[in-house]
Design a protein. Sequence first.
Length: 140
Amino acid sequence: MYSFGARIKEERKRLGITQVDIAEATGVSLLTHGNYERGKRKPDAEYLELCAKMGLDVMYILIGERSFDPVLKKMKPTDRASAVLHHVATVQEILEVEFSQEQIQILMRYAYEHCPTVEGLQSFVKSAFELTGQKLTKKT
């Protein structure tokens, strides 16, 4: 698994931005940013907030788990819609539940906009049902 600093570098490269770009956008020196990527220093919350605004996946930087699926995010709209439907069906299968048409539409909209991984969508489903007090309907 990558270190914290290596994940910052990976995210920067994924977006195609330079160390200078990220240092300027976050208000740190190039040396400070370099130290973050080399794992010699840890950034503060303000730096991470600015990174998130630039499009870096801060959840991934912090804990190594993506908050979105980078492949899904790059897809053409029609391809993304098909992939999102597959994600919803996969989560339904993993949880062994049946979603109503309304629930499927809500999940499709959420997944299309936020491009979560299957694991992220599964977590969203569990949290949403827990918060609303709704029960997941088990498959029969």
